[in-house]
Design a protein around this ligand. Structure first.
Ligand code: AAO
Length: 512
């Protein structure tokens, strides 16, 4: 009993929930499929000056090159070795990115694919991004090296060798996820190889990990791996800082494996967040903004301190993973900004902003048949650079949602109101809502089909504020709407339902 207590305590004390962002920074952005050089430049020219805390980067490891379909984005979820070379760049470029981003206080969170290697049906002799040989049929990945001993083949009890029923926790963890060769993390040797990979990333300066497909690994095995992790590199982080860990577990309820299995190990992705918020903002299934009053644990989400939240991710925006059509993305730009604005204003969870690339979305029978299309690329398959237009938007088919004024300014809003209570809730019983974050910020939405004209208590000191949605403070003027807060803390808000952006947000930093 005593031993059990000590072990549990040790496990928990190793767990890392703290994102390691600089004080006053509260969000990270997923620069999906960006090249390392472009991320380094973005840290310096945009993310640091605009208060972003960090970047989630796509898997950096060597992966199988899939040519049919042509270079899908998802090939990066099929590792061949832990060498750092991918379409985003080589190891030197990766290390340079970490140095440059860290030096401006924007930290790097690596998407680590440690549940599996490539698909079982990939023929031996297929190319990989570093040219390492591998043979899925015989389970040989000599560049790690892994061999037939290191996979779960013997443990999986299904006829197909794949997960057939998500209601069976053993299948989910011991069988193959969409035919991907399932590593046996219970083996000392496999644990060691994975820990070496993660520790190498820690040595070169990363701040944490998104652990892909965590639901498909046993919590005890993950704990054994995490317990071997070193503290972060002291060139940038405090002596005792540990890697931030957020685990990808899809739990909308009703399956054998709950997200709570992973709370003892680090944070967990809360997939209910984007799925439910999409329904509310779209006003589907009778949902209304007024119900957001109890958003968070009140909607039976996981405790805020464990939650990593997002409106969409690289899977849900293209119909992989849960949430289906309710998920809001850049394709529904107006409502997307409402959802992201709400997320960044609301205190629940640690927030991740999505930054996407454009693809030729094409629905057949309700399914996007181009859901596989990879990042903007040249004919030889190399990824195109992220170019920046004179109006600060991105070119070459990079969407750069994080550069949209409304989203960028709400990232700042969240930084300004960090730690302030959720107060002064107001609603019209329908889709017009407002709330304060202490006496530092106030936000109001009109998602009804009629105009709004209300005078509300904002909690803010008297003065003239610049709305950070229609513009911001520039020199000593507002480039968008001005809001007058009276000495009684009240202000008048008018939002026509056809406004480009049907919401207004003010905070004390953009006060004239
Ligand atoms: C590709 C091909 C496959 C081929 C394979 C191997 O598409 O046909 O067999 O290569 O050659 C990505 C792509 C995959 C791709 C893979 C490897 O999405 O298409 O396979 O790379 O290249 C599950 C996992 C979750 C996973 C998600 C996509 O639990 O971990 O599927 N996400 C991560 C990454 C993702 C990546 C991988 C994992 C693999 O973010 O990009 O795959 O590294 C239920 C379960 C979920 C399950 C979903 C989808 O969800 O709960 O755990 O996610 O099904 O299968 C309702 C339910 C909800 C349910 C949902 C189903 O909403 O409430 O629980 O319906 O839609």
């Amino acid at each position: 009993m005593k031993l059990l207590f000590v072990v549990t305590f040790l496990g928990i004390s190793r767990a890392q929930y703290n994102p390691n962002v600089l004080p006053g920074r509260t969000s990270i952005v997923h620069l999906f499929e960006w090249r390392w050089g472009d991320i380094a430049a973005e840290c310096e020219r945009y993310l640091a000056p605009n208060g972003f805390g960090g970047v989630q980067v796509s898997p950096p490891t060597e992966n199988v090159i899939i040519t049919s379909p042509w270079r899908p984005w998802y090939e990066r979820y099929q590792p061949i070795s832990y060498k750092l070379c991918s379409r985003s760049g080589n190891e030197e470029e990766f290390r340079d990115m970490i140095n440059r981003c860290n030096n401006v206080g924007v930290y790097i969170y690596v998407d680590v694919v440690i549940n599996h290697m490539c698909g079982s049906g990939i023929p031996a002799g297929t190319n990989s991004t570093c040219g390492s040989f591998f043979s899925p049929g015989t389970r040989e990945f000599p560049a790690v090296p892994y061999s037939a001993w290191d996979f779960n083949d013997g443990k999986c009890q299904t006829g197909s060798g794949g997960i057939e029923n998500y209601g069976d926790a053993h299948q989910v963890r011991d069988c193959r996820l969409v035919s991907l060769l399932d590593l046996a993390q219970e083996k000392e040797y496999v644990r060691g190889k994975i820990a070496d990979y993660l520790n190498y990333l820690i040595d070169i300066g990363v701040a944490g990990f998104r652990v892909d497909a965590s639901k498909h690994m046993w919590p005890g095995d993950l704990q054994a791996i995490y317990s071997r992790l070193k503290n972060l590199n002291t060139s940038w982080f405090a002596e005792d800082a540990k890697a931030f860990i957020f685990q990808e577990v899809i739990d909308l309820g009703g399956e054998a494996i709950p997200a709570s299995d992973y709370f003892g190990l680090g944070r967990v992705t809360e997939f209910k967040y984007g799925a439910k918020l999409g329904n509310v903002v779209r006003k589907w299934f009778g949902e209304k903004m007024v119900y957001l009053k109890s958003w968070g644990e009140g909607w039976s989400f996981m405790p805020s301190k464990y939650a990593l939240v997002f409106v969409d991710n690289h899977d849900t925006q293209r119909g992989h993973g849960p949430g289906g059509a309710s998920i809001l993305t850049f394709w529904d730009a107006r409502l997307y900004k409402v959802a992201v604005g709400f997320m960044l204003a609301h205190p629940y969870g640690f927030t991740r902003v999505m930054s996407s690339f454009h693809w030729p979305r094409y629905f057949e029978n309700g399914k996007d048949i181009n859901d596989w299309v990879g990042p903007p690329s040249n004919a030889n398959g190399s990824t195109k650079p992220v170019t920046v237009n004179s109006d600060t938007t991105c070119g070459n088919d990079w969407i750069c949602e994080h550069r949209w004024r409304q989203i960028r300014n709400m990232v700042t809003f969240r930084n300004v109101v960090d730690g302030e209570p959720f107060t002064n809730w107001w609603d019209n019983g329908s889709n017009q809502i407002a709330f304060s974050r202490g006496n530092k910020g106030f936000i109001i939405f009109n998602n009804d089909d009629w105009c709004m004209d209300v005078t509300l208590f904002t909690g803010l000191p008297a003065g003239t504020y610049c709305d950070v949605i229609s513009g911001q403070k520039e020199d000593s003027q507002c480039s968008g709407i001005q809001i007058q807060v009276g000495s009684d803390g009240r202000a008048n808000f008018k939002i026509v339902n056809t406004a480009d952006d049907p919401f207004i947000a003010i905070h004390i930093q953009d006060k004239l």
